[in-house]
Write a protein that binds this ligand. Structure first.
Ligand code: GLC
Length: 674
């Protein structure tokens, strides 16, 4: 009798699982077509989930029903014309269910935590730290020796670079992946990655790794099969029998690496075909119009998420879709695909967030958060490339008018996202400055970009910077720039010249930059060593795999001796570290810096001062920055108009003196005024 009751209630529970997810609760979120598609996939889901407890099954189904419309709407425009679309959707749903079943319990708890706190990544306590594992610690397992260091700084997000197996020799700094499933043997094993993720998680730090989804290495098994003539795998890439289509595409394609890898196509001697290679000749672009590629990458993403990765940096996403007659960047399908990928994570591994790496012009950049029908559905983070570029531009010209103008033009972002704010990363700086923004403040775009390259390569008379030119493009005159934060900010020159006053100025510039990215209401990303002022490392030329890529100039190895002196205020590193730590501590206590609140650019009317207003129900926080080495006097009316009532600087914890509506700003001053 008891036995019978039990099975009846179990059946009833199972029945309610199915019913609740597919009919009642979320039916209003699903179009008839999406619902029909989901129902078709249901039987597969049922058997895949059968080993889980009913509650656990229910949770998956609720999430599936809640987000399925986003998934469907992302994939329909891309693959909906195919006869096998329904089968593809069934396979995808099954893949999600299977990986949900495999997801470790601890991560499922994290999923629920994030369901309860979906804005976790926007919090003012968030701080990112970014490094090449080999340069920080040598190996993944050795990163664990430095957890105290990361925690002391207040890190809550760690971007580990070059984690997955990449090709031997030249490998674009790890971005030529030969195996998406295995950790690079030189860094350790998948078990090392999993345990590092767990250790970091235990200390409140989320691991981010790259998902290099625009291309894989020519040595990846898919590419090897394609080279061997396997038609299934040839369809994973863009391969052409002759030059006619490549030539037609080339007419409108830009060059990413004009020096290393001119052109966008490479002849594969094995198959005799021309292969699309946007970046280096050894990086083969994946064909995302093939749904098999989508399924492969989703599976990789789930596997890594189930090992504890919490953030995927989606590398080079702008290039994921090709269209004849265009530059084949930022195509509408990119946003469909990204919406679909993001939704896959939301359903299966909801703790996971996505960061878009799209280093594109301002008008396109905003689309990586989703505009129009993609609003808020594309990614959680995107790099604020324009803020970074404008910081360097204002620092060189001592003029903030272009910065104020260009950043004011940005449309409002959805309140569910966060900008990744940064000054330096492992890549070069490209001068993404729009001609019309330049013109609107009386500059010629090309001439200003030329000036910036001359300034930061150190060629410009009177420049404080030490850097290097990367990828001179003869066709359009572009010269991108390499260099660390410290070297580009004048520290290298100041030390070389043995001039303590110049050292002071360089330190102030660096701290100005740190305050800018920490005070913008996004996720500040500190590139390893920038907390200590690491200088350019010109010895990269001695390492065979690095010698050909001058970006290694600004990817120096961590200097742990310097790090040991970080609390000694008699050292440069001590002054920088202490200055940054202070900014980070104040940031954590400043609710206005939660990324969900709006950030407005304030036109101060002053050509050397940049200001923003971070809105908050508790009151506005204005951040004011003097971009010059001289004292400036600022009329505070624009600050009052932006909502500031009292002039109290949170960074120095002092009232600001006002005389006749004017305040004094010391060289490179930074104020966070409430
Ligand atoms: C991204 C990476 C960069 C790499 C490129 C191609 O932009 O940040 O280092 O060269 O993608 O993978």
């Amino acid at each position: 009798m008891i036995q019978q009751d039990f099975s009846t209630s179990e059946q009833a529970a199972e029945e309610s699982v199915k019913v609740s997810a597919f009919r009642h609760r979320h039916a209003h979120l699903l179009s008839a077509a999406a619902l029909a598609c989901l129902q078709k996939a249901n039987s597969g889901v049922e058997s895949a989930l059968s080993t889980l407890e009913v509650r656990d099954q229910q949770l998956f189904r609720l999430r599936l029903a809640r987000w399925f419309q986003n998934l469907y709407e992302g994939l329909l425009p891309v693959y909906g014309q195919r006869a096998d679309f329904d089968d593809f959707m069934e396979r995808l749903v099954l893949l999600m269910a299977r990986h949900y079943v495999q997801r470790p319990d601890e991560l499922k708890v994290l999923d629920v935590e994030r369901d309860l706190e979906p804005d976790w990544f926007q919090h003012e306590s968030m701080l990112g730290y970014v490094f090449y594992v080999e340069q920080f610690a040598g190996k993944l397992s050795k990163v664990r020796d430095h957890l105290d260091y990361l925690e002391e700084m207040g890190t809550s997000y760690v971007h580990l670079m070059k984690v997955m197996q990449s090709r031997d020799g030249e490998n674009d700094g790890g971005y030529a992946v030969t195996d998406y499933r295995s950790v690079d043997a030189s860094l350790g094993t998948n078990e090392d990655l999993e345990s590092l993720c767990a250790d970091l998680r235990a200390r409140g730090m989320s691991v981010c790794i790259d998902l290099v989804l625009n291309h894989c290495a020519q040595e990846h098994p898919w590419a090897l099969a394609a080279q061997g003539g396997d038609a299934r795998y040839q369809d994973y890439f863009y391969m052409y029998d002759d030059r006619s289509l490549p030539d037609a595409f080339e007419r409108t394609l830009p060059e990413v690496f004009p020096e290393f890898a001119p052109g966008n196509f490479t002849l594969d001697e094995n198959s005799g075909k021309w292969v699309w290679t946007t970046f280096n000749h050894f990086q083969w672009d994946l064909n995302w119009s093939n749904p098999e590629v989508f399924l492969e990458i989703v599976e990789v993403m789930f596997d890594l998420a189930n090992q504890g990765v919490e953030v995927f940096r989606l590398d080079a996403v702008a290039f994921m879709w090709k269209r004849m007659g265009t530059d084949s960047q930022n195509q509408e399908e990119v946003f469909d695909l990204m919406q679909a990928l993001r939704t896959c994570s939301r359903i299966t591994t909801p703790a996971v967030a996505h960061k878009a790496e799209a280093i594109v012009a301002p008008d396109d950049l905003i689309r990586y958060f989703g505009v129009g029908r993609h609003h808020g559905k594309v990614s959680n983070f995107a790099y604020h490339n324009s803020l970074m570029v404008q910081f360097w531009s204002s620092l060189a010209s001592r003029d903030t008018r272009l910065m104020t103008r260009a950043l004011s033009e940005f449309p409002r972002t959805p309140n569910s996202i966060a900008w990744g704010t940064y000054l330096r990363c492992h890549d070069d700086i490209g001068w993404a400055i729009a001609d019309d923004d330049a013109e609107s403040v009386g500059l010629n775009g090309a001439a200003h970009r030329h000036f910036l390259s001359s300034f930061y390569s150190g060629e410009f008379e009177g420049s404080f910077a030490r850097g290097g030119v990367f990828q001179f493009n003869k066709a359009n005159g572009d010269r991108r720039i390499n260099g660390t934060l410290a070297s580009l900010s004048g520290l290298e020159q100041a030390i070389e010249w043995g001039n303590p006053e110049l050292v002071d100025l360089a330190i102030e510039r660096i701290l100005l930059g740190h305050a800018l990215i920490c005070g913008f209401g996004g996720l500040p990303l500190i590139y390893m060593g920038d907390e200590l002022g690491l200088l350019n490392d010109y010895r990269y030329v001695d390492i065979a795999e690095h010698a050909g890529d001058s970006r290694w100039m600004h990817r120096p190895a961590m200097d742990w001796d310097r790090a040991d002196r970080r609390h000694d205020l008699n050292t440069i590193e001590g002054r920088l570290y202490t200055g940054l730590s202070h900014i980070i501590r104040v940031r954590r206590k400043t609710s206005q810096l939660n990324a969900r609140y709006d950030t407005d650019i304030v036109d101060t009317g002053h050509p050397h001062v940049f200001a923003i207003a971070n809105r908050h129900p508790l009151g506005t926080l204005a951040c004011v920055y003097n971009f010059t080495e001289s004292t400036q006097y600022l009329n505070v009316q624009p600050l009052y108009e932006s909502g500031i009532v009292e002039l109290y600087d949170k960074l120095s914890a002092r009232e600001i003196n006002v005389y006749n509506d004017v305040i004094e700003l010391s060289p490179y001053a930074r104020l966070w005024v409430t």
